[in-house]
Structure formats: C-alpha cells, structure tokens
Design a protein around this ligand. Sequence first.
Ligand code: NDP
Length: 496
Amino acid sequence: MKTSVKSSVKTYEMLINGKFVKARNGGVRDILDPASGELLAVVPEAGRADVKLAVEAARKAFDEGPWRKTTAQDRGKLLFKIGDLIRANAKALAELEVRNMGKPLAEAEYDVADAANCFEFYGGLATKIHGETMSVPANSMSFVVREPIGVCGQIIPWNYPLLMSAWKIAPALASGCTVVLKPSELTPLTALFLARLMHEAGAPAGVVNVVSGPGAGAGEELAESPLVDKLAFTGGTATGRKIALAAVGNLKKLTLELGGKNPNIVFADADFDSAVDGALFAAFANQGEVCSAGSRLLVEKSIKKRFVAAMLAKIPRIKLGHGLGAGVKMGPLVSAAHRDKVEAMIKAGVHEGAKLVCGGGRPKGAEFAKGFFLEPTIFDEVKPTMRIAREEIFGPVLSVLEFKDEAEAIRLANDTEYGLAAGVWTLNVNKGIRVLKELRAGITWLNTYHPTFNEMPWGGYKQSGNGRELGLYGIQAYLETKQININLDEAPLGWY
Ligand code: NDP
C-alpha cells in the first residue's frame, strides 16, 4: 500500500499538577501504529504512584485552589479556548488519532470537530447551571444550589480516544470539578496532545491531569482512591463491574458507559437502499469498534435474502488500508491481541453453524502484512442463542437474524443483557415509533444509524451502563445538590 504516511517516533510526557512529567519510576510504553505495526511513540507508563500524585494535585486544586470558586463565565471561557485550540490543531490531532487508533481519516476528522463542539457546548452550559428557590413553610425560604462533586477520576477506552476525553473532561470542568483522566494504554496520544492544549489554554495546575498507564495499577488506583469523589468510566461491561466494586470503598458517585450488542431492525417496508447503506455503516464504521455498533441486524423474512445480497454487493466498496490512505473506509483493528479476540469469535460463529457469507479472514497483500487488519465479515442465518448473536465482538463482524413480524422483531431486539443503542428502518412512521418505544435501549434511531449530538444524552439501559453523558444530563452527573434553609422568624424556636 502506498500512502503519504511517514511516522517519526516521538516521546510524550503526561500532565500532573500543571507540569509535563515522566513516570516516577521511569517506566515507558511503546505505542504502535496498528496499520503497520511500527513504533509510533513512547509514552510514560504511569503506575499507582503517579496516579496518587495526580489525584493529590486534583484534590488540592479542588479543596484549596480557585477552580470551584472561579466564575462560571471564566470556566466557560477556558472551555471555549480549549475548543479553539482543538480546531487550530485539527489536522495534527486527526492524523495522530489515525496513526494511533487506526480509524480512517474522515472519521477522525469528524471526531476532532465533535470534540471541539463538546468543549464549546459545555463552555456555554457553564453559565447556565442554576438552582431553585422554594418557600416551605411560610416562615422559611429554601434554596437548592448545585455544586461541583469534587475530584473526578475518568477512565476511557481506545476506540474514540480524543472524543471520549472531551466527553469526560468538558462537563467536569464546566461544573467546577477537577479531573484525573486515564486514557487506554493502547491509545494515549491524542489525550496527551489535548493535555498540552488544555495547559496552553490556561487550565490551572492540578485542575486537569492526564496520566498514561495501564488499567492494572494506574486505572485501579484511580478507581480505588479515597480522594476521588466521582468516577466516570467508559469501557467493557466486565471492566465496569470491577470498577464498580473498586469504587465502593468510599462510595464514589459513578457513571458507567459500557458495551452493547445493538439490534438494527429492518422491516420489509423500509426504503431498501437507505437501509442497506445504514446496515453496513452501523456495523462497519470505525472497524465495528463502536459500543453502539449495529452488530445484530434483524431483517424481516420476506426481504432478507435480497437484503443480504445487496449488502454483499456493496462490500467491495469498503476499501481497507492505512487510515491516512486515499479512499480508505476501514482501517486495522487496534491491536494484534484484539484481532485475535475478534477472530476467535468468528471461529465460534462458524463452529455454531452460522453461514459465513463474506470476510472472516485477514486481507491478502503486502500492504496488510504487518498491520492488524481483518476483512469486513457477515454471518447469515444466525440463531439468537449463538455467541455471535449475544456477545459483544467489537470488530467488523455483522450477525444477520430474521424475524417474521413486529412482535418477534421487538422480542429478539430486547433479548440481550445489553441496552445501549438500537435502530429501526421502516417508512411506516407509526410502526417505527411504536417499535422504538418498546426497545429497551438508551440511544435509538429511526431510518438512520449512528448520528449522535453533544446536546443529547448518551448512555445505556440494563448492563450497558449507569447514568448519562452529554447534553444537560451530562453536566448533572458532575453536580451535587444542596438545600439551604433560611429561617425568616426572629423569635427563638421555643422547643425547650
Ligand atoms: P476496557 O474495559 O478493557 O478498558 C477501558 C478502560 O479501562 C481502559 O482505559 C483500560 O485501561 C481501563 N481498565 C481496564 N481494567 C481496569 C481496571 N481493573 N481498573 C481500572 N481501569 C481499568 O475496554 P476497551 O478499552 O477494550 O474498550 C472497549 C469497550 O468499551 C467495549 O466493551 C465498548 O463497548 C466499550 N465502550 C463503551 C462506550 C459507551 O459509550 N457505552 C463507548 C466506547 C466504548 P487499559 O486500556 O490501559 O487496559
């Protein structure tokens, strides 16, 4: 493959207490370009000691520093400045995201713009935080005021490193909290770049800290630390359970954004071509490494054969390659180990008797030899009991199931421990809304799949999580609620 990609190995530092530092014990981690397996960068490998320092800095900045007493306008201005700096560095950020994570450039560009939007949205919202006034009983006046929760530990996965950083940091800073963010050990580069931008924008020392390190040790310390008031986690459901247990020590406030096995339902009366496009995009955007991926495609029996054939006809348009290559629509998976896991699930699908109708293997050719590529894969005739219908694969693997009527579609869609996202395709709007109302999922789409907005809440039902991010809901997750009661009588109570 020929791309204009040239990577040079760069050494990064992490942001703790307003300074860019190495790990205390000198530990480092090599970061690879998943499309070539080449060394891309070297980052500090934070351990528990580094996280402790970051948490102490965030604690001090919250308890003694000016941040939570800074005016909402000033907090908003900082967020707008960070948004501006993201836009000014958009090209470099997008290319770095591609090199580190593997996604196609067009998707990374979208993520970068969305990250800037997120800082701007919460920059505006900083000045809209307000309480309530009540007057019960008549001789008293009562207020409800909203205050920042405190020190926030934030742990994010590898599939949207910059965007997830923005989703976490922006509402926390807008509300007056201080932050320690830990990106995935596989993809820390854009979060560390963002740390530079936040520092340049004028974030005071300790208010925002970014530590690069593994879940084991660094992540665990953040989840367990008694100095952390709130933990916001995005990642797998199994890790979410561990985090919840670790956070119980000091009963941290907890938001969890976890996995999904999301149904995408196509009725026979859908706009056929739009639904075919939508089904492929739902499954294969970002290599299928998306928590909300439409990885379970439920198609009405009468059109299923034609629908699968139409999808197969479009598969050759999904050009694989380095995400910076021209026209590339699908990059490599994030790591060799992750590709192994996805391949094991493909084997499980074949073993259980699903019909592999495309993909299933690694693409051939010298340009793919060193990267962690996998072909877009579709299984037809999948049964609801099969592992590929039940477990999150988090890769480019689509499972197609059929249903005979609306009731069966709803039953199959809800037959999962997850409840993150769901899509419905039909030109009968009554039916579409009726079905959406029955689906046990937090993010739903009619005649589209994937678009999401900073203004709208993001999060899941059932084992897909706890709480909501983004929108007005997202800032609530960083605020405490305090009642203040004022006695208007001047006479003593006279109780005793
Ligand atoms: P993981 O759950 O493996 O990891 C997520 C983060 O948690 C990483 O930073 C990881 O660090 C860290 N971590 C791992 N173990 C621990 C621990 N014991 N204590 C503290 N931190 C820990 O998820 P992936 O990174 O593999 O991401 C994929 C998952 O994320 C999928 O299940 C996907 O559905 C989910 N996800 C959910 C989203 C949502 O909004 N609901 C959005 C995006 C992804 P390290 O990487 O260094 O091990």
